[in-house]
Design a protein around this ligand. Structure first.
Ligand code: AMP
Ligand code: MG
Length: 322
Protein backbone atom coordinates (compact mmCIF):
# COMPACT_ATOMS: atom_id res chain seq x y z
CA UNK A 1 0.00 0.00 0.00
CA UNK A 2 1.29 3.49 -0.94
CA UNK A 3 2.66 5.08 2.22
CA UNK A 4 5.07 7.96 1.98
CA UNK A 5 5.34 10.67 4.62
CA UNK A 6 7.34 13.68 3.38
CA UNK A 7 10.49 14.12 5.55
CA UNK A 8 9.55 17.55 6.88
CA UNK A 9 6.19 16.34 8.19
CA UNK A 10 6.05 14.57 11.54
CA UNK A 11 3.35 12.18 12.72
CA UNK A 12 2.39 12.59 16.39
CA UNK A 13 0.12 9.97 17.93
CA UNK A 14 -1.24 9.52 21.45
CA UNK A 15 -3.90 7.31 23.00
CA UNK A 16 -5.75 8.03 26.26
CA UNK A 17 -8.97 6.75 27.83
CA UNK A 18 -12.03 8.98 28.01
CA UNK A 19 -15.76 8.61 27.25
CA UNK A 20 -15.55 4.94 28.18
CA UNK A 21 -13.21 4.10 25.30
CA UNK A 22 -9.69 4.58 23.95
CA UNK A 23 -9.26 7.86 22.13
CA UNK A 24 -6.47 8.05 19.61
CA UNK A 25 -5.26 11.38 18.26
CA UNK A 26 -3.04 11.45 15.18
CA UNK A 27 -1.64 14.80 14.10
CA UNK A 28 0.53 15.64 11.12
CA UNK A 29 2.64 18.75 11.56
CA UNK A 30 5.97 20.29 10.60
CA UNK A 31 6.51 21.28 14.25
CA UNK A 32 6.43 18.19 16.47
CA UNK A 33 6.97 20.12 19.75
CA UNK A 34 4.00 22.33 19.02
CA UNK A 35 1.89 19.35 17.94
CA UNK A 36 2.73 17.50 21.18
CA UNK A 37 1.48 20.52 23.18
CA UNK A 38 -1.65 20.67 21.04
CA UNK A 39 -2.32 16.96 21.72
CA UNK A 40 -2.28 17.62 25.48
CA UNK A 41 -4.64 20.57 25.01
CA UNK A 42 -6.97 18.39 22.93
CA UNK A 43 -7.19 15.72 25.65
CA UNK A 44 -7.93 18.45 28.22
CA UNK A 45 -10.77 19.63 25.98
CA UNK A 46 -12.19 16.08 25.83
CA UNK A 47 -12.05 15.77 29.61
CA UNK A 48 -13.81 19.14 30.09
CA UNK A 49 -16.55 18.28 27.62
CA UNK A 50 -17.08 14.84 29.15
CA UNK A 51 -17.49 16.47 32.55
CA UNK A 52 -20.41 18.60 31.32
CA UNK A 53 -22.12 16.22 28.86
CA UNK A 54 -21.90 12.78 30.48
CA UNK A 55 -24.76 11.51 32.61
CA UNK A 56 -22.22 9.31 34.38
CA UNK A 57 -20.39 12.34 35.85
CA UNK A 58 -22.11 13.45 39.02
CA UNK A 59 -21.76 17.20 38.54
CA UNK A 60 -22.32 17.32 34.79
CA UNK A 61 -24.98 19.54 33.26
CA UNK A 62 -26.91 16.41 32.35
CA UNK A 63 -26.83 15.05 35.91
CA UNK A 64 -27.97 18.45 37.21
CA UNK A 65 -30.75 18.61 34.65
CA UNK A 66 -31.90 15.07 35.40
CA UNK A 67 -32.06 15.82 39.14
CA UNK A 68 -33.83 19.17 39.10
CA UNK A 69 -37.01 19.33 41.14
CA UNK A 70 -38.07 22.56 39.47
CA UNK A 71 -37.73 20.93 36.05
CA UNK A 72 -35.26 23.47 34.73
CA UNK A 73 -31.51 24.01 34.75
CA UNK A 74 -29.01 26.48 33.38
CA UNK A 75 -26.49 24.64 31.21
CA UNK A 76 -23.21 25.44 29.42
CA UNK A 77 -23.34 26.61 25.78
CA UNK A 78 -22.00 23.17 24.74
CA UNK A 79 -24.83 21.30 26.45
CA UNK A 80 -27.39 23.74 25.09
CA UNK A 81 -26.06 23.26 21.55
CA UNK A 82 -26.08 19.44 21.75
CA UNK A 83 -29.63 19.40 23.14
CA UNK A 84 -30.78 21.82 20.46
CA UNK A 85 -29.23 19.70 17.70
CA UNK A 86 -30.58 16.50 19.26
CA UNK A 87 -34.08 17.97 19.22
CA UNK A 88 -33.75 18.74 15.52
CA UNK A 89 -32.70 15.11 14.85
CA UNK A 90 -35.80 14.15 16.84
CA UNK A 91 -37.94 16.15 14.39
CA UNK A 92 -36.04 14.88 11.35
CA UNK A 93 -36.65 11.25 12.35
CA UNK A 94 -40.22 11.75 13.62
CA UNK A 95 -39.13 10.73 17.09
CA UNK A 96 -36.98 7.69 16.29
CA UNK A 97 -34.02 9.60 17.72
CA UNK A 98 -34.98 10.96 21.11
CA UNK A 99 -32.60 12.03 23.88
CA UNK A 100 -35.49 11.94 26.37
CA UNK A 101 -35.55 8.11 26.08
CA UNK A 102 -33.64 7.93 29.38
CA UNK A 103 -36.61 6.60 31.46
CA UNK A 104 -36.86 3.69 28.99
CA UNK A 105 -33.12 3.04 29.18
CA UNK A 106 -33.33 2.96 33.00
CA UNK A 107 -36.27 0.59 32.82
CA UNK A 108 -34.32 -1.84 30.59
CA UNK A 109 -31.23 -1.50 32.80
CA UNK A 110 -33.38 -2.38 35.81
CA UNK A 111 -34.89 -5.30 33.90
CA UNK A 112 -31.38 -6.61 33.26
CA UNK A 113 -30.51 -6.31 36.96
CA UNK A 114 -33.57 -8.26 38.11
CA UNK A 115 -33.36 -10.59 35.06
CA UNK A 116 -36.96 -10.29 33.93
CA UNK A 117 -38.55 -8.38 31.06
CA UNK A 118 -40.34 -5.10 31.84
CA UNK A 119 -44.13 -5.36 32.03
CA UNK A 120 -46.47 -3.58 29.59
CA UNK A 121 -47.48 -1.19 32.38
CA UNK A 122 -43.86 -0.33 33.18
CA UNK A 123 -43.17 0.37 29.51
CA UNK A 124 -46.29 2.56 29.25
CA UNK A 125 -45.27 4.50 32.36
CA UNK A 126 -41.76 5.12 31.01
CA UNK A 127 -43.12 6.01 27.55
CA UNK A 128 -45.34 8.68 29.11
CA UNK A 129 -42.13 10.48 30.17
CA UNK A 130 -40.53 10.37 26.72
CA UNK A 131 -40.87 13.08 24.08
CA UNK A 132 -38.27 15.55 22.84
CA UNK A 133 -41.18 17.92 22.05
CA UNK A 134 -41.58 18.39 25.82
CA UNK A 135 -38.08 19.89 26.09
CA UNK A 136 -38.16 23.66 26.43
CA UNK A 137 -35.07 25.54 25.30
CA UNK A 138 -34.51 29.11 26.39
CA UNK A 139 -31.50 30.22 24.37
CA UNK A 140 -31.24 33.72 25.88
CA UNK A 141 -30.86 32.31 29.39
CA UNK A 142 -29.17 29.04 28.31
CA UNK A 143 -31.83 27.22 30.33
CA UNK A 144 -33.38 23.84 29.53
CA UNK A 145 -36.63 22.78 31.13
CA UNK A 146 -38.93 19.79 31.00
CA UNK A 147 -42.63 20.29 30.34
CA UNK A 148 -43.33 17.19 32.44
CA UNK A 149 -42.04 16.13 35.84
CA UNK A 150 -39.91 12.98 35.79
CA UNK A 151 -38.41 13.53 32.33
CA UNK A 152 -34.69 12.86 31.89
CA UNK A 153 -32.16 13.13 29.09
CA UNK A 154 -29.28 10.97 27.87
CA UNK A 155 -26.81 12.19 25.24
CA UNK A 156 -25.29 8.73 24.63
CA UNK A 157 -26.45 8.73 20.99
CA UNK A 158 -24.94 12.09 19.98
CA UNK A 159 -22.53 13.46 22.62
CA UNK A 160 -19.43 11.59 21.50
CA UNK A 161 -19.88 12.93 17.96
CA UNK A 162 -20.14 16.49 19.26
CA UNK A 163 -16.99 16.06 21.37
CA UNK A 164 -15.01 14.68 18.40
CA UNK A 165 -16.08 17.70 16.31
CA UNK A 166 -15.05 20.08 19.09
CA UNK A 167 -11.61 18.45 19.21
CA UNK A 168 -11.25 18.85 15.44
CA UNK A 169 -12.28 22.54 15.71
CA UNK A 170 -9.64 22.95 18.44
CA UNK A 171 -6.92 21.23 16.37
CA UNK A 172 -7.72 23.38 13.33
CA UNK A 173 -7.64 26.53 15.48
CA UNK A 174 -4.11 25.45 16.53
CA UNK A 175 -3.08 25.39 12.84
CA UNK A 176 -2.82 21.61 12.62
CA UNK A 177 -3.40 21.01 8.90
CA UNK A 178 -4.43 17.35 9.06
CA UNK A 179 -5.15 14.62 11.55
CA UNK A 180 -7.46 11.98 12.89
CA UNK A 181 -9.58 11.83 16.06
CA UNK A 182 -10.68 8.25 16.68
CA UNK A 183 -12.84 7.48 19.71
CA UNK A 184 -13.30 3.71 19.82
CA UNK A 185 -13.88 3.50 16.05
CA UNK A 186 -16.04 6.65 15.74
CA UNK A 187 -13.82 9.12 13.96
CA UNK A 188 -13.22 12.36 12.14
CA UNK A 189 -10.39 12.73 9.64
CA UNK A 190 -9.54 16.26 8.59
CA UNK A 191 -7.23 17.64 5.91
CA UNK A 192 -5.39 15.47 3.42
CA UNK A 193 -3.64 12.40 4.81
CA UNK A 194 0.03 13.16 4.04
CA UNK A 195 0.92 9.45 4.14
CA UNK A 196 -1.61 8.17 1.63
CA UNK A 197 -3.69 11.06 0.32
CA UNK A 198 -6.88 9.51 1.64
CA UNK A 199 -7.83 8.03 5.01
CA UNK A 200 -8.36 4.30 5.29
CA UNK A 201 -11.10 3.09 7.62
CA UNK A 202 -11.56 -0.49 8.83
CA UNK A 203 -15.06 -1.97 9.04
CA UNK A 204 -15.52 -4.14 12.14
CA UNK A 205 -17.12 -7.55 11.95
CA UNK A 206 -20.11 -7.14 14.30
CA UNK A 207 -20.04 -10.86 15.16
CA UNK A 208 -16.30 -10.80 15.93
CA UNK A 209 -15.53 -7.20 16.94
CA UNK A 210 -11.80 -8.00 17.16
CA UNK A 211 -11.63 -8.67 13.42
CA UNK A 212 -12.31 -6.52 10.37
CA UNK A 213 -14.72 -7.25 7.54
CA UNK A 214 -12.94 -4.97 5.12
CA UNK A 215 -11.72 -1.45 4.43
CA UNK A 216 -12.90 1.67 2.65
CA UNK A 217 -11.34 5.07 2.08
CA UNK A 218 -12.56 8.63 2.46
CA UNK A 219 -10.94 11.94 1.42
CA UNK A 220 -11.87 13.36 4.86
CA UNK A 221 -15.00 13.55 7.04
CA UNK A 222 -16.62 11.52 9.80
CA UNK A 223 -17.49 7.85 10.25
CA UNK A 224 -19.62 6.58 13.15
CA UNK A 225 -20.92 3.07 13.82
CA UNK A 226 -23.86 2.14 16.03
CA UNK A 227 -23.73 -1.50 16.86
CA UNK A 228 -25.67 -3.95 18.91
CA UNK A 229 -22.50 -5.91 19.52
CA UNK A 230 -20.62 -3.60 21.89
CA UNK A 231 -23.27 -2.81 24.49
CA UNK A 232 -26.50 -4.64 25.20
CA UNK A 233 -28.85 -5.75 27.95
CA UNK A 234 -28.90 -9.47 28.79
CA UNK A 235 -32.20 -10.71 30.18
CA UNK A 236 -32.81 -14.43 30.79
CA UNK A 237 -29.86 -15.27 28.58
CA UNK A 238 -31.10 -13.24 25.59
CA UNK A 239 -29.33 -10.12 24.35
CA UNK A 240 -31.27 -6.92 23.70
CA UNK A 241 -29.95 -3.80 21.97
CA UNK A 242 -28.96 -0.78 24.06
CA UNK A 243 -30.81 1.35 21.51
CA UNK A 244 -34.49 1.67 22.35
CA UNK A 245 -37.28 2.57 19.95
CA UNK A 246 -38.92 5.52 21.76
CA UNK A 247 -42.14 4.93 19.85
CA UNK A 248 -42.68 1.44 21.27
CA UNK A 249 -40.38 1.29 24.30
CA UNK A 250 -38.77 -1.90 22.94
CA UNK A 251 -35.08 -2.46 22.10
CA UNK A 252 -34.43 -2.32 18.36
CA UNK A 253 -34.22 -5.44 16.20
CA UNK A 254 -31.12 -7.37 17.25
CA UNK A 255 -30.59 -8.74 13.73
CA UNK A 256 -29.66 -5.24 12.62
CA UNK A 257 -26.10 -5.72 13.78
CA UNK A 258 -24.44 -2.44 12.86
CA UNK A 259 -25.02 0.83 11.07
CA UNK A 260 -22.03 2.83 9.84
CA UNK A 261 -22.73 6.40 8.74
CA UNK A 262 -20.48 8.79 6.80
CA UNK A 263 -21.16 12.49 7.12
CA UNK A 264 -19.24 15.77 6.92
CA UNK A 265 -19.39 16.14 10.73
CA UNK A 266 -19.30 13.56 13.50
CA UNK A 267 -22.34 14.76 15.46
CA UNK A 268 -24.52 14.21 12.38
CA UNK A 269 -22.95 10.80 11.70
CA UNK A 270 -23.47 9.82 15.36
CA UNK A 271 -27.12 10.91 15.55
CA UNK A 272 -27.93 9.35 12.17
CA UNK A 273 -26.27 6.01 13.00
CA UNK A 274 -28.46 5.71 16.11
CA UNK A 275 -31.51 6.92 14.14
CA UNK A 276 -31.05 4.39 11.34
CA UNK A 277 -30.71 1.63 13.96
CA UNK A 278 -34.19 2.56 15.20
CA UNK A 279 -35.79 3.22 11.80
CA UNK A 280 -34.59 -0.09 10.34
CA UNK A 281 -33.12 -0.83 6.94
CA UNK A 282 -35.79 0.52 4.59
CA UNK A 283 -36.72 3.79 6.29
CA UNK A 284 -33.13 4.27 7.44
CA UNK A 285 -31.69 4.04 3.94
CA UNK A 286 -34.44 6.41 2.67
CA UNK A 287 -33.39 8.95 5.29
CA UNK A 288 -29.72 8.65 4.33
CA UNK A 289 -30.47 8.85 0.59
CA UNK A 290 -32.57 11.98 1.18
CA UNK A 291 -29.44 13.83 2.30
CA UNK A 292 -26.82 14.60 -0.34
CA UNK A 293 -23.82 14.41 1.98
CA UNK A 294 -24.43 11.25 4.04
CA UNK A 295 -23.93 7.56 3.28
CA UNK A 296 -24.57 4.40 5.28
CA UNK A 297 -23.50 0.77 5.42
CA UNK A 298 -25.81 -1.57 7.28
CA UNK A 299 -24.94 -5.10 8.40
CA UNK A 300 -27.81 -7.45 9.17
CA UNK A 301 -27.94 -11.10 10.21
CA UNK A 302 -30.20 -13.49 8.38
CA UNK A 303 -30.06 -17.08 9.66
CA UNK A 304 -26.52 -16.53 10.98
CA UNK A 305 -25.33 -15.12 7.64
CA UNK A 306 -24.17 -11.50 7.44
CA UNK A 307 -25.65 -9.27 4.76
CA UNK A 308 -24.10 -5.92 3.87
CA UNK A 309 -26.26 -3.19 2.41
CA UNK A 310 -24.87 0.16 1.25
CA UNK A 311 -26.44 3.47 0.28
CA UNK A 312 -25.80 4.49 -3.32
CA UNK A 313 -22.71 6.63 -2.72
CA UNK A 314 -20.95 4.56 -0.03
CA UNK A 315 -17.28 4.05 -0.95
CA UNK A 316 -16.09 0.74 -2.36
CA UNK A 317 -15.24 -1.92 0.22
CA UNK A 318 -12.18 -4.07 -0.24
CA UNK A 319 -10.68 -6.99 1.62
CA UNK A 320 -14.02 -8.70 2.34
CA UNK A 321 -15.50 -11.91 1.03
CA UNK A 322 -19.19 -11.32 0.29
P1 AMP B 1 -24.98 4.99 19.72
O1 AMP B 1 -23.96 4.01 20.19
O2 AMP B 1 -24.42 6.30 19.24
O3 AMP B 1 -25.97 4.42 18.75
O4 AMP B 1 -25.81 5.44 20.99
C1 AMP B 1 -26.51 4.53 21.76
C2 AMP B 1 -26.85 5.20 23.05
O5 AMP B 1 -27.80 6.25 22.79
C3 AMP B 1 -27.52 4.29 24.05
O6 AMP B 1 -26.58 3.62 24.84
C4 AMP B 1 -28.35 5.28 24.84
O7 AMP B 1 -27.53 5.96 25.75
C5 AMP B 1 -28.81 6.26 23.78
N1 AMP B 1 -30.06 5.91 23.08
C6 AMP B 1 -30.70 4.70 23.06
N2 AMP B 1 -31.78 4.74 22.28
C7 AMP B 1 -31.85 6.00 21.77
C8 AMP B 1 -32.74 6.67 20.89
N3 AMP B 1 -33.78 6.04 20.35
N4 AMP B 1 -32.49 7.97 20.60
C9 AMP B 1 -31.43 8.61 21.13
N5 AMP B 1 -30.54 8.04 21.97
C10 AMP B 1 -30.74 6.75 22.28
MG1 MG C 1 -25.11 7.66 17.84
Amino acid sequence: MFCNLPKEIKKIQEVRCFLGCEISLVLFSRDSDWAARVVSGAFERISELESVLSKFKQDSDISQLNQVQSGEARVSPHTFKVIEEAASFGSLTNGAFDITSEPLLRLWEGAEERDSLPSKEEIQRALSLVGFGCLELNMGKSVISFAQEGMRVDLGGIGKGYIIDEVVRFLKSCRIPSGLVDAGGDLSAFGENPERGKWIVGLRNPLEPGSLLGYFQIPCGSVVTSGNYMRYFTIQGKQYSHIIDPRTGQPVNEDLLSVTVLAPDTMTADALATSVSVLGVEEGVDLIESRPDTEALIITRQSEKLTILKSSGFPELWGHEN
